[in-house]
Design a protein around this ligand. Structure first.
Ligand SMILES: [Zn+2]
Ligand SMILES: [Zn+2]
Length: 767
């Protein structure tokens, strides 16, 4: 059976769920329930007490209410159980206004019960005073040796008091009162019924009940807890209608400001605590002007609550959350908040609050996946080794083809370039690529890397062979070495302008040589310093940044006027400056760069290898890029459109910390009187400015001024009427220190909690 409860208070803040939502089973079928009957079956279960429709008919002649009012025990005991079941099962039909004077009929037995309670209190009082007087008289007698006269006076009084009866309530009265209250409690869950209960003389009953001594109420709550819980539930239900109309009734105020707090402080009954806490929270949140706890009650209440939150209850943490909720309500009031801050144990309380920030927290591995629209395309880095090698390979091919046409054998003027003494060192990547190839492609590709055309060069065949053998004698190769003659045969495939031949020197000695090609000068590493200036006559001569710069200055910047535009590769920078030129020069040691990078999807491929980078879109994250980090989560609730917001114990704790920090900061500033005055006048000035020069009636202005003056006076009085202002100041500073030492822990929560607690902790930081 599900049941909708009316809101306890009109507070905008959701308070913890109402306890006592379990239906109160009657004694008669309690046993059935204990046997494990589920809640669902309750609604449909047949009970001999279920009233038929005729029994609930409206009007003054309703059988059940007539019986209830009859005063005849049997009749009452026939009617009450039926009303209990009806009020529970027929929540929609059970309207108190249907039956004439229904509330006073239901109030009859509770009133008899309360009369009995009052008599019991009176007899207890008498007994107590008799005990006191008799012990006093005993004392007197011991002191006074001539005690005869005292005994004469004492004797008749004791005689009179001895006739005071031991007052006990008949069980039937308690049962009937309990059932009547249960009917009212069930009925009060609908708003119309709650309104009616609030309007009738039932309030007088409540006032009468809560006028009993608190210690006695506690005693009754242990002896017969049921009726008290019903009364507290009724009070919760009627609260929204009670306070607006009776806020100024000092007797109602006393219930909320004195009786309930005292009951809360002294009861050790969990159900009582759960019933009283929502009432105090509602009361604090509904209006700020009528709740004024007596000073000592407030002190006790605060320290009691701060002790309650140290308890670690089983889940769900109803009492913990309700206590925190009440603390939030209390700390919203500056004066109450200050009481907490001034407490000598504040730093201990702060520590227990900090511990609650981790309540129900879980360690989690958070993964951040970049959203689809932020996904770029993965490309090879133009500055990476692979692309550089590819480019130099292309460059070499172009150079080779150009030189081939210039060789004498093809009718050209011949190629005159410097050649190296030995084979150039290849980069690791090129080496690996060659090792992985098969013959004959392998030896041809190798020759393209190692040799260049040169008309004047003659390479000994044995040198050529050794270079080949040395390079491919490596365990990483997949093909065996070719024979010397086979490799030399391939020379004319790789370099058609060169040829193997026998050369006869002046002495007549014969040498087997390869004519028309020689070792490429420099190494792959040095190739980074190739001059890319347009139409450079000797691009490969520089071997380091210094020689490259010297080369450019000596070869390309010879005129007195520097060129208008930069002519490095396809750079178009204008004007050309020396500092700009330096940006083209590679550093002496290659910077390690990733081989694969991300480019914006809209960047065309041709643009990627271009040296002008400034017009490219910002490269987004790559598709497979994921962020992982360890984080803490506390309970959250997802709301429409707003994402997830934190809830539960940890959030409640944050709110208390925020209130405490806010008040403490304000209090620390307020210690300076001049500052208050300045602020007040500033506030006044701002308020005046906010009126946009509209005419304001004189009396309104005067009233406002008076209010402001009163407020200021209050503040000043608060401050200076403190008997021990110095002590307060010390304690506030102590509270500040407590926050300072809590800062690291708070920052940790801000950093690690991904459930949104950080948004509520800002004000607790920065001391
Ligand atoms: Zn150059
Ligand atoms: Zn440039």
């Amino acid at each position: 059976m599900s049941r909708v409860f009316p809101p306890v208070a009109t507070s905008s803040r959701q308070i913890a769920p109402l306890p006592h939502h379990q239906p109160q089973p009657q004694h008669q079928y309690q046993a059935q329930l204990a046997q494990g009957q589920s809640q669902q079956s309750n609604s449909s279960r047949w009970t001999p007490y279920a009233p038929n429709i005729i029994e609930l008919y409206p009007g003054p002649k309703n059988r059940l209410f007539l019986s209830l009012r009859s005063g005849i025990g049997e009749e009452v005991d026939y009617a009450l159980p039926k009303l209990v079941v009806a009020s529970f099962n027929e929540i929609d039909k059970f309207k108190l206004e249907t039956w004439v004077d229904s509330v006073s009929a239901l109030k009859e037995w509770p009133e008899k019960w309360i009369e009995g309670l009052e008599l019991e209190v009176a007899s207890q009082e008498l007994r107590k005073s008799r005990r006191q007087s008799s012990s006093q008289s005993k004392l007197l007698r011991q002191q006074d040796t001539n005690g005869a006269t005292d005994d004469d006076i004492q004797a008749p009084r004791e005689l009179a008091l001895s006739v005071v009866p031991e007052w006990t309530l008949p069980q039937s009265t308690i049962d009937r009162a309990t059932n009547s209250l249960l009917v009212l409690r069930n009925a009060s869950f609908t708003n119309t019924n709650a309104k009616i209960i609030c309007r009738t003389s039932f309030l007088e009953f409540l006032i009468r009940f809560f006028s009993l001594p608190t210690s006695y109420l506690l005693e009754v709550s242990l002896r017969t807890p049921e009726p008290i819980h019903h009364i507290l539930n009724i009070l919760q239900s009627i609260f929204p209608f009670l306070v607006p109309n009776h806020a100024n009734d000092p007797r109602i105020q006393r219930i909320f400001n004195v009786v309930l707090p005292e009951l809360l402080i002294h009861t050790r009954d969990q159900a009582m605590i759960q019933n009283i806490l929502p009432l105090l929270i509602s009361n604090l949140s509904i209006s700020n002007n009528h709740n004024l706890f007596p000073y000592s009650t407030l002190q006790e209440l605060i320290s009691h609550l701060l002790n309650l939150i140290v308890l670690r209850p089983t889940s769900p943490p109803v009492i913990l959350d309700l206590s925190l909720d009440l603390l939030i309500s209390l700390t919203q009031n500056t004066n109450y908040c200050k009481q907490i801050l001034l407490s000598p144990e504040f730093s201990a309380h702060l520590k227990s609050l900090l511990a609650l920030l981790d309540y129900d927290a879980r360690q989690t591995q958070a993964t951040w996946e970049n959203p689809q629209h932020l996904t770029g395309k993965v490309i090879r880095n133009p500055a990476g080794e692979f692309v550089r090698n590819e480019n130099s390979q292309k460059r070499r091919k172009l150079q080779r083809e150009l030189n081939q046409r210039q060789m004498e054998i093809y009718g050209g003027p011949g190629v005159r370039v410097e050649v190296g003494e030995k084979a150039p060192a290849l980069s690791k990547q090129i080496q690996e690529r060659l090792y992985a190839m098969r013959e004959p492609t392998r030896s041809i590709a190798w020759m393209h890397e190692i040799f260049i055309y040169s008309s004047t060069s003659q390479l000994l065949q044995v040198t050529f062979w050794h270079a080949y053998r040395d390079f491919f004698q490596n365990p990483s190769t997949i093909d065996p070495l070719l024979s010397a003659s086979e490799v030399i045969k391939n020379v004319t495939v790789a370099f058609p302008g060169a040829m193997a031949k026998v050369w006869t020197d002046e002495m007549g000695g014969q040498k087997f040589v390869i004519a028309g090609m020689g070792f490429r000068k420099g190494s792959d590493d040095q190739e980074r310093f190739t001059c890319l200036w347009q139409n450079c006559p000797s691009p490969h001569s520089p071997t380091d940044p210094k020689s490259l710069l010297a080369h450019i200055q000596a070869t390309h910047l010879t005129t007195s006027q520097p060129p208008l535009r930069c002519q490095w590769a396809d750079c178009t920078q204008m004007p050309f400056t020396l500092s700009h030129l330096l940006t083209h020069l590679p550093s002496s040691h290659p910077t390690p760069v990733p081989e694969v990078i991300t480019s914006h999807p809209s960047t065309p491929d041709v643009q990627i290898s271009q040296s002008s980078v400034t017009s490219r879109l910002v490269p987004p994250l790559a598709r497979p890029f994921k962020l992982h980090f360890a984080a803490t989560t506390t309970p959250t609730e997802s709301t429409q459109g707003q994402g997830r917001i934190p809830v539960g114990t940890a959030l409640l704790t944050c709110l208390i910390l925020r209130n405490l920090a806010k008040t403490l900061k304000a209090e620390l500033n307020l210690l300076d009187v001049d500052l208050i005055r300045e602020k007040e006048s500033q506030k006044k000035k701002n308020a005046l400015e906010e009126r946009f020069g509209l005419p304001i009636p004189e009396n309104v202005l005067k009233e406002e001024e008076k209010e402001e003056q009163d407020e200021l006076n209050d503040k000043l009085r608060n401050q200076f009427n403190q008997q021990d202002e110095i002590q307060n100041r010390e304690r506030l500073n102590k509270a500040r220190n407590a926050f300072v030492s809590a800062q690291e822990r708070l920052r940790e929560v801000v950093e690690q909690n991904i459930s949104g607690l950080a948004g509520y902790l800002g004000e607790s930081l920065g001391w």
